[in-house]
Design a protein around this ligand. Sequence first.
Ligand SMILES: Cc1cc2nc3c(=O)[nH]c(=O)nc-3n(C[C@H](O)[C@H](O)[C@H](O)COP(=O)(O)OP(=O)(O)OC[C@H]3O[C@@H](n4cnc5c(N)ncnc54)[C@H](O)[C@@H]3O)c2cc1C
Length: 606
Amino acid sequence: MTIPLGFITRYAIPLVVAALFLGDVDIPQQVEIFDKTQRLADETLSKARGEGEGPPESFDYIIVGGGSAGALLANRLTASGENLVLLLEAGGDPNPIMDVPYAQRYYWDSVMDWNYTTVKQNRSCHLMGGNCIWPRGKALGGSSSVNGLLYNRCKPKDYDLWANFTGDQSWSWASIKDTFNSFENYHGFHEETAGANHGYGGEMYVGKIDYLPGVEVFEEALREKGIPTGDLNGGEEFTYGFSKIDYNIKDGLRWGTYQAFLDPILNRSNLVIYRYAYAIRVETISLGGREHRAVGVTYERHGAIRTALAQKEVILSAGVVESPKILMLSGIGPKEHLDELNITTIVDLPVGKYLQEHPGLDVTGTKGGFRLNTTLGKDYNTSEAVLQFLQNGTGPMNGFSYETGYAPQLMMGYLNSSFNQDRAWPDVHIYIHEKYEASPEEWEEMYFSMELVRPNSTGTIKLGSSDWNEKPLIDPNFFEDMNDIEKMVDVIVIMMDLFMNSETFQRYGIEQMDVYEACSEEEFLTRDYWRCLVQQRSFPYFHPTSTCRMGPDSSVAVVDSKLKVFGVPNLRVVDASVIPFVPSGNTNLPAMLIGARAAEIILSGQ
Ligand SMILES: Cc1cc2nc3c(=O)[nH]c(=O)nc-3n(C[C@H](O)[C@H](O)[C@H](O)COP(=O)(O)OP(=O)(O)OC[C@H]3O[C@@H](n4cnc5c(N)ncnc54)[C@H](O)[C@@H]3O)c2cc1C
């Protein structure tokens, strides 16, 4: 079944794209229909094969979750042909609509999202009534099938911190750099000068996009203000300043971990993928004393509950929300919390305790950002734009649109708040957006968005109940430490100076953004005004980590530096949840790195 689906996927894209722009088509509904059709086909095939009948099926490894880390790991563990691997994935194949960068907006609240929200926040997400959205991809490829595709390796010092915290120098930047290069195929903006800073033979394509309206203007303003530009993914060499953004886009289309690591190996006979398989808990047996060994996974698929056995290991790659949920439902977690829910604790570990996430913000007023008196962009909603995309994979359709509308990103940058003066490890990440509307009136604006990448605040993930069907309680606890607000305000001030006080932007007739209504009681453009804006408009930036973090021992961590769950032999966690401290940027590449490192660790018998 998978071969025809892959085939259809490629040929469906042009049709879908045309429909997106030219037809009056309800796209979210198309997303649902694609999923329903797939689900039905999958169920029929599963019944015809007699899956789940007879004694439990047995594999060498069971991987739960085929996302950024899980897809890469499944690829590597099956490469030699020696290991029989079962990949359990709660979603289906990624919808081809999502291959088109422009279409990212259709993901929100779709069947490809887990549709989580947080518990009520006091100092953030007022835009969402206090309950922040918390998107997570539900499909093969995981969040890399729905994310913004922005390529960011984060900073060398992030990895050195992991190494120092775990006491295992194999996580230091010097050690992991080659692993990054091993799965990368770099063709980004810095290709000609990148040298050994990037990899060129791997599966993960890194490309560039051509539609960057007004990027030269922004670059000129940076020069005027003395802010440097270079390759922010080049390792130690360039860490502070701005870069044109590289993307995981190939020939104009999404290149997530499904496309890179799963699609090419779907016919490996030693890789069994169960789509629409929801893992409920890890099965363990007591080894006497306090140790329990993982022996399998119980999962729900097409209405039936089944168990599969793992002769070697169970590996949770279900992401930052679901990996801790599965552990806790298996009795592995904080005893105090599990007692409240009448779940018997088999190992008392700080699961869900160190959640970290980047609070993010679009710095705009009620009507938008900085209006310009010129037209740098062009209309994206035209048949020419569709044609250009179909012919070359270029043009406005390569720009990203969000739930807030079409606003391609021009550059990304790293700046420092006054709390941090280390240019090698800045604490705020910036994105520059352009927004052009042709009708009802012509409108051109730029704005910046930002994320605090090294917040002090820490949150939690807890179970809502012992029922596996129920959503967990996500509490990022944003701005518990009020200094996190001050850090964001510091950098807003720097960015405002760049836009409003540069001759470059004055030449383009830049207009001050308008007052954001909810903050109109504060004096406009003062720190109090920005403090208000941060709290009113901030939201999660989709980079959560650390709910099953790795560390030196079980008092402060869930897994050791080889990603083994403390006290449960044959069980590992391999996804962004093991990251000990949220890194200074987007987390897709770090999650892939963890998948790749896990494969190296496992295959070398550690
Ligand atoms: C909207 C959005 C935009 C983003 N933009 C960017 C970006 O531009 N650049 C960037 O670098 N990062 C970005 N990120 C972050 C990045 O994509 C994630 O950090 C990364 O994909 C996480 O990888 P993971 O392997 O930990 O989890 P995931 O990729 O989320 O994979 C987890 C997988 O497990 C499956 N699963 C979960 N529970 C179960 C279960 N019980 N049973 C079976 N399967 C299960 C899920 O369906 C999913 O496929 C974005 C994320 C989102 C959501």
